[in-house]
Design a protein around this ligand. Sequence first.
Ligand SMILES: NC(=O)c1ccc[n+]([C@@H]2O[C@H](COP(=O)([O-])OP(=O)(O)OC[C@H]3O[C@@H](n4cnc5c(N)ncnc54)[C@H](O)[C@@H]3O)[C@@H](O)[C@H]2O)c1
Length: 466
Amino acid sequence: MKVAIIGTGYVGLTTAVVLATLNHDVTAVDTDKGKLGLLHAGKVPIHEPGIQNLFDKVRHTICFTPDVAEAVPEAELILITVGTPLKNGGANTRFVKQAALEVAQVCHPDRHYTLAIKSTVPTGTNRHVAKIIEKVFAARGVRGNVSVASNPEFLQEGLALQGSFYPDRIVVGADCEEAVNTLRCLYQPILEQTFDSPSSLPRPAGYQPPPMVTTDPNSAEMLKYAANTFLALKISFINEIAGLCEKVSADVTEVARGIGLDSRIGPRFLNAGVGWGGSCYPKDTAALLGVAAQSEYAMPITEAARTVNFRQRGRIVEKLQDALITLKGKTIGILGLAFKPNTDDIREAPALYIIRQLIKEGANIRAHDPVAIQNARHALNGFPVVFTNNVCELTHKADALVLITDWEEYQNMDLKALAKRMNTPFLIDGRNVYTPQEAEAAGFHYIGIGRSSDRVRSYAFDKSEL
Ligand SMILES: NC(=O)c1ccc[n+]([C@@H]2O[C@H](COP(=O)([O-])OP(=O)(O)OC[C@H]3O[C@@H](n4cnc5c(N)ncnc54)[C@H](O)[C@@H]3O)[C@@H](O)[C@H]2O)c1
């Protein structure tokens, strides 16, 4: 099928590579000349496991262009994958509307197109976009024939290819049968799992072909927000429990293990830590509240999930303050800048908030990340952070080490060697990667999330001896 993809970010580029692998004829449009330059040179501009490898195989079949007129007129299907960043407490749909407008300006008047919005957008955007397209056609003096559908994207950064080839479900919201059929045809190899799996991405054992959920556009748009908000509040729930565990000498990792075994609850998204970040949960929960406010409807659970999440970042700073008494002049090593492992995405990353707060309190910051340093350097422009590619350098005469992103390479560090280099070997384990026992055996004063307050008391005792 001839497909035009508007926007080649994390979602658009992944979609382009996956659809090209499935032998669709893809033209991808982006306004960012820098990104297009890299793509033309064969370089993937994002860090996403496996994507460069797959891109190398299919890039000669994908056309990348800044010009919608090169992509849209001959396409059967147009996918909009542009960003919808936060603006005034809601999602900014400006880029989606602009993309729809540009598409409508170059559509052939006598052809039928399906335009599917993959960007995450507030309920009602689909119908609004249909009106924009109608208006452009009216201004052009043509009838035009575009069916607008909603096809929300559920991929997770770090596992984007896995989630695209082997999704849990595909959701299509459309009023028109033709649009549903076009999208069913597009996804047929995935829905029936008839494609040859790329060697680097074998089909997971026991994976069953995913259902296609067809519904109306408003419900599809709402479904995406509801899914992300539910996942966000599951994490906030366990973080709230973690805070209480600290007060009553319980261990949240034990609690999570126990409740996760309940098949009604499940074990995933129950890891207490520094809280969620990234380009989706903060934005999508805020946008959902924005939609609710417009409808004069209160959503106290969603609000609480956000409150708990932002409190959680502050808890890291408080824990450091408790441990070090003052942060002024103290040297703190930060392990991890990306909002989660296996991505270079630092949008709304907890590490950025924590670093800014610590600097405000007078701390000296050294920071490491396997892939996100370049993006973080940009985001923290003006903040005196020393970035290093070497974990050991973080600890030289440092007063505390804070693990923020649970990258695999932080999971088997030589703790003994790191602790030895430090001035005061405090490890704030923001992801509960280590057990208190192993960290303490290596010479660290261990402070996790939601772990026994007895230990916290013992640090206070140790501190007086330092
Ligand atoms: N990143 C994720 O993990 C993820 C997952 C699911 C859904 N989503 C949603 O998908 C959408 C895209 O997210 P993303 O992370 O890929 O965004 P992104 O910021 O990485 O990419 C968006 C791209 O669109 C381009 N663009 C903007 N306006 C354009 C236009 N008029 N024509 C052509 N290109 C244009 C930008 O230059 C950019 O390259 C958002 O709505 C997001 O909420 C993201």
